[in-house]
Structures are given as structure tokens and as C-alpha cells.
Ligand binder design. Structure first.
Ligand code: GCO
Ligand code: MG
Length: 402
């Protein structure tokens, strides 16, 4: 089999997605996701101008060799743009393999290790009362694991809280908007939020919380310790992770489990975190982590150190990544949990798919390949629109981590 053609599709059914379609001489095609929130066109150009010309004529079954070719040959390694582009190719090639062999991708990765995946959703409110209402709503929808975020008095806006009631979507069209931040206010109120959640919903509900890289390690240690009575499933992205040894400080102070990695793009972002057992869950997912070929190696390495997966699954990860992640989650032994932020109906219509949600569990379906498609005629009705993640400033105006 040979790759005969490949092209990038950019569509914006509510938010932007970058999809790579790879076609073969046998009429089988594969889809890969290359969406990088707020930097979509950089990946599209990387693919169209630099990658696609090099893969035409190659055998789509050679996923290892093509991955190495795209990673090593350019000399310039790693980085989110490069790795999202490599992931788009890799995901599409595994889709082709599955279709050619008439089997779901999970069968190529080890077969079923479980029947379905525990997923967590995102509940939020402008204050604690509204957050509690949203938790109740998600519990009624069947979720057994809920990440809870809330606004707090003294902060006009904060990460994870929808500006308008309804779905949370972090990217906004136009230029970046500005949010404000105070770690002092945040730390004062988060324990109260989780005390109220436990009091209202009891012990059985699995609870998560996203700190979105906003604390120093010692601040995160304090928060983890104060949240211990509420038994969180995890505390997510407590501190920016360029300095991996920062996590040692957090670990020394708390037994609250730690998840990190939605912005990672290779094993080298997580190597020390894993081998020192400073984290419990790795969030780097297929689109930003170089696809199946790289992440399978990372997950196998993590398994040796009792680190489980907890893949990022926000709305900026397209249905192609969602499908791919569910195949991966099905097959690996050290699966932990999967994030699920449902897409809009417009997005679901552009990407018809076989995966499904029921009673807090998701399954990838049994269609050959990934079981996800792209309706190109419908996609064309939603042209790209520039959008960015917001930026974040402390109350004195200092730019800080979003
Ligand atoms: C999450 C995330 C997101 C990110 C977004 C960035 O855990 O779901 O933190 O909401 O901010 O995916 O593109
Ligand atoms: Mg997060």
C-alpha cells in the first residue's frame, strides 16, 4: 500500500480544528488531529509545506519508520507545533492500518484490557453555590467523576469558569482577552469549595480539581495538604512543569494524587516526573504527544513507575483525538481515567463517530480503524476564525501563567 495524497482540513464548527486526511492507492484513507489551540495555522503550514511532500509514496504501515523520519530528519526536534504535526500523521496512519486489517485500532495496541473507560467531566460555577448546582447536573447525566472549578469573591474572572452559563470553552474568538488572578484569594477558598461538595454529595463521587499551572510548588503542597480530608482523585497541573524537580517539593508535603502534562509533547517533558514517582497521572494525549507511536512507549515506561494515564480531553482535542484516545485507553494496562468535555452538536455533526458515553463510561465502538469520519462538505460551511486562549494577570498587573 502507498500514500498517494494528503491534505489539511481546517474547520470551525464553534471552535477551530485542524484535521489531516491521508489517502492511499487502495482507496483507504485515515484521519489525524493536529489541532493546537490558538496556534492552529502553524501546524497546518508545518504539515502542508514541510511534512506532506515527504510522506507521499511511503508505505502507511511503516508507522515506526515514518515517525522516526519526521522526528529525527528535520534536525529540529520536539515542541508543540512539530509534535502535533507528527501526531496528525501517526494517528491517520493507525486509522489506515485498522481499516486495512478490518479491525478497531485497540486490537493493534494490545486488544481490550477493559470494557469501557471511566471519564471525568468539568463542572463549574461563578461561585460555590453555582458550582454545586453544576455538579448535581453532571451527576444526573451519569458522571461518576467530576472536576469542580469555581469563581471566588474578589476575582472578576477565572480559569475553568464559563463567562455565560452553559458549556465551558476556553478559547475565545478575536484577540486574547485578559483574566485576573490572585493565588491568595484562590487558596483561601478552594478548601471551602471541596468541603461543600463532599458535604452535599457524599464520599462516593470521584472529585478532581484543575489548578492550571498557577501555584509555586510550596503553595501547591499547602493546597494538596488542605484538600486531603476531601480525598481528591487528583490535583491537576499544580505548577508549571518545565522544572520537573519542583514536583518533589509538592510530593514531600501531600498525599493528594498529582496529575500533569496536558501541555507536554514528548517523554522528555515527563522523564524525571515519572522515574522519580513525583506524579500519579500523566495527561499528555495523542495529538500533543506525537501520536500512538510515541505515547505507547511513554505509557509503557510510566507503567513501570506506577504512573497511570489521565488524558487531556478538552474541547480543543477534536473528535479524532477523542476516538484515538479511547482506543489507546482500551488497550493499555495502566489506564487511569479519561477527560471528557463533550463537543457541540455542530462539531459532532462535522465529525460523525462511533464512540459513545453511558453511565460515566465511554467506549470507542468496534468499527475498523478509529471509527471517526470528517464530513468535508459540512466542514466547509464553518471557515477558520482566529481565536486565542485568554491571558492572565495578577491583581497588580503582572503577567502570569494561564
Ligand atoms: C483541561 C484544560 C483545558 C485547557 C485547554 C487549553 O484540563 O481541560 O486545562 O481547558 O485550558 O485545553 O487548550
Ligand atoms: Mg487542565
Amino acid at each position: 500500500m502507498k500514500i498517494t495524497n494528503a491534505y489539511v482540513n481546517i474547520t470551525s464548527p464553534g471552535r477551530n480544528f485542524v484535521t489531516l486526511k491521508i489517502e492511499t492507492d487502495e482507496g483507504i484513507y485515515g484521519l489525524g488531529d493536529g489541532t493546537l489551540n490558538g496556534r492552529e495555522l502553524a501546524v497546518a503550514s508545518y504539515l502542508t509545506d514541510h511534512v506532506i511532500p515527504c510522506i507521499i509514496g511511503r508505505d502507511p504501515f511503516q508507522t515506526e519508520d515514518i515517525w522516526q523520519y519526521l522526528y529525527r530528519a528535520p534536525y529540529w526536534r520536539r515542541g508543540p507545533v512539530t509534535m502535533a504535526a507528527i501526531a496528525a500523521v501517526d494517528i491517520a496512519l493507525w486509522d489506515i492500518k485498522g481499516k486495512a486489517l478490518n479491525t478497531p485500532v485497540y486490537n493493534l495496541l494490545g486488544g481490550k484490557s477493559r470494557e469501557g473507560m471511566l471519564v471525568y467531566c468539568h463542572a463549574n460555577g461563578k461561585d460555590i453555590e453555582h458550582a454545586l448546582e453544576d455538579v448535581a447536573k453532571h451527576q444526573e447525566m451519569g458522571y461518576k467523576a467530576i472536576r469542580v472549578q469555581s469563581g471566588f469573591p474578589g476575582l472578576a474572572s477565572t480559569y475553568g469558569v464559563s463567562k455565560k452559563p452553559g458549556r465551558y470553552e476556553p478559547a475565545e474568538r478575536g484577540l486574547p482577552s485578559e483574566y485576573e488572578w490572585s493565588t491568595e484569594i484562590y487558596l483561601r477558598h478552594v478548601p471551602e469549595l471541596f468541603a461543600r461538595v463532599r458535604e452535599t454529595f457524599g464520599e462516593e463521587l470521584l472529585l478532581l480539581h484543575d489548578c492550571h499551572h498557577r501555584m509555586t510548588p510550596i503553595e501547591a503542597g499547602r493546597l494538596g495538604k488542605e484538600l486531603e480530608p476531601f480525598h481528591l482523585f487528583w490535583m491537576e497541573d499544580p505548577t508549571p512543569a518545565e522544572l520537573q524537580e519542583g514536583f518533589k517539593i509538592i510530593r514531600q508535603h501531600t498525599t493528594t494524587p498529582i496529575a500533569v502534562g496536558e501541555v507536554f509533547n514528548s517523554i522528555w517533558d515527563a522523564h524525571d516526573l515519572i522515574r522519580n514517582q513525583w506524579i500519579d497521572y500523566l495527561r499528555m494525549t495523542l495529538v500533543h504527544g506525537g501520536g500512538f507511536t510515541h505515547l505507547k512507549k511513554v505509557a509503557d515506561f510510566a507503567e513501570l513507575y506506577h504512573v497511570r494515564t489521565g488524558f487531556h480531553g478538552a474541547t480543543d482535542l477534536s473528535p479524532v483525538t477523542m476516538a484515538a484516545a479511547l482506543h489507546f485507553d482500551t488497550a493499555i494496562h495502566n489506564f487511569g481515567i479519561q477527560e471528557h468535555m463533550p463537543h457541540t452538536d455542530e462539531t459532532d455533526a462535522v465529525f460523525p463517530h462511533n464512540y459513545s458515553f453511558k453511565d460515566g463510561i465511554m467506549t470507542p465502538g468496534d468499527a475498523p480503524g478509529l471509527g471517526v469520519d470528517l464530513d468535508e462538505a459540512l466542514a466547509a460551511k464553518y471557515p477558520y476564525q482566529r481565536a486565542y486562549l485568554p491571558i492572565n494577570r495578577k491583581l497588580d498587573g503582572t503577567l502570569t501563567d494561564w
